[in-house]
Design a protein around this ligand. Structure first.
Ligand SMILES: Nc1ncnc2c1ncn2[C@@H]1O[C@H](COP(=O)(O)OP(=O)(O)OP(=O)(O)O)[C@@H](O)[C@H]1O
Ligand SMILES: O=P(O)(O)OC[C@@]1(O)O[C@H](CO)[C@@H](O)[C@@H]1O
Length: 309
């Protein structure tokens, strides 16, 4: 079972406005609500790809109920820890460009935090623990690390998809897989990452530091894959981009799904890029059929290690 842990889920309110005017009254006749947050997106896609998954994390208030009912509707197992506050709403404003306003997390009590640790203590060596997204500031600084250690004691495989200080703090736990985008990588290493060669050079440092598999996503430019044995570059096909929210999560889901079903890492990478692009080309997360359709149009090349910095 692939458990996804979203410590700070969200209802994603995707609203489209023509000619948005900051500071003025704007009206929209096109908006959608989605169960969101990185782990939740990953679980939704895993279900579509046919993998066994369960979404865990904190949920509260009417927004928490909405997320659970949406997951029920899609047949995605979940086991959220209920909290007193209200799960946030994240606004995704589409008006030519995409503007995101991610809301604040509810306060998580110590008791609720401990209850979630107990859920991760039930994992087994056949399970994965994916930890995705931001961490509510009311949680102890080492909270995600505690979840990882708890799952590790049961020999579960750990995947980390977070950014900034939270990602930096979790790297010493030597995750099986991480997928920063090139902006997150730039922030992590205090350097500009603009090319695939530069991304591969830095990803190698992460692999040297103990992370087993690194994908660096680079939006419409594609992605880079690095592990101990090899480096691959991928270029996605051209298409009409409708929504990039969840494109990165789709990559993570497809990579885990394909590794879990026994594929080699570079093959799983190929599927990951296809899933990322398929989501970018659709309004919501992509379907299995859309991923299959994009797959044959993704170009993946093996790169000689000397060609990277
Ligand atoms: N314009 C695009 N055209 C084709 N594919 C795209 C485009 N934008 C994103 N993708 C696909 O989605 C993948 C992930 O994109 P990106 O690097 O933006 O992830 P991300 O920043 O983690 O996204 P998010 O956090 O919004 O889920 C890319 O590697 C690519 O495969
Ligand atoms: O604020 P965080 O936790 O970093 O990111 C949350 C979020 O932006 O990430 C997902 C897309 O990856 C969205 O569903 C969600 O709104």
């Amino acid at each position: 079972m692939i458990y996804t842990c979203t410590l700070n889920p969200a209802v994603d309110y995707v609203i489209r406005v023509e000619n948005f005017q900051a500071g003025g009254l704007n009206r929209s006749d096109n908006a959608d609500l989605y169960a969101g947050g990185k782990g939740i997106n990953v679980s939704r896609l895993l279900k579509r790809l046919g993998s066994n998954t369960c979404a865990i994390g904190f949920a509260g208030g009417f927004t928490g109920e909405f997320i659970k009912s949406e997951l029920d509707r899609e047949g995605v197992f979940h086991r959220f820890t209920s909290v007193n506050g209200t799960t946030r709403i994240n606004v995704k404003l589409k008006s030519g460009t995409e503007t995101e306003i991610n809301g604040p997390a509810p306060v998580i009590s110590e008791e609720d935090a401990n209850r979630l640790v107990q859920v991760t203590a039930e994992l087994t060596e056949r399970d994965w623990l994916h930890i995705g997204g931001s961490v509510p500031s009311s949680l102890p600084a080492d909270y995600a690390g505690t979840l990882i250690e708890t799952a590790r004691k049961k020999r579960a495989r750990v995947v980390v998809d977070t950014s900034g200080a939270a990602l930096k703090a979790l790297l010493p736990y030597r995750p099986f897989f991480i997928k920063p985008n090139h902006h997150e990588l730039s922030e992590l290493f205090h350097t500009e990452v603009n090319t695939k060669e530069e991304a591969a050079g830095i990803a190698k440092k992460l692999v040297d530091g103990g992370t087993e598999n690194v994908i660096v996503s680079m939006g419409g430019e594609g992605a880079v894959f690095v592990n101990r044995d090899s480096v691959y570059f991928a270029s996605p096909p051209k298409g009409t981009v409708k929504n990039t929210v969840g494109a990165g999560d789709s990559m993570v889901a497809a990579f885990m799904a394909k590794i879990d079903s026994g594929l080699a890492p570079h093959e799983a990478f190929h599927w990951a890029v296809a899933a990322g692009s398929a989501t970018a080309f659709s309004d919501d997360l992509c379907t299995k059929e859309e991923v299959e359709d994009v797959y044959s149009r993704v170009k993946v090349v093996k790169v000689e290690q000397e060609d990277t910095q």
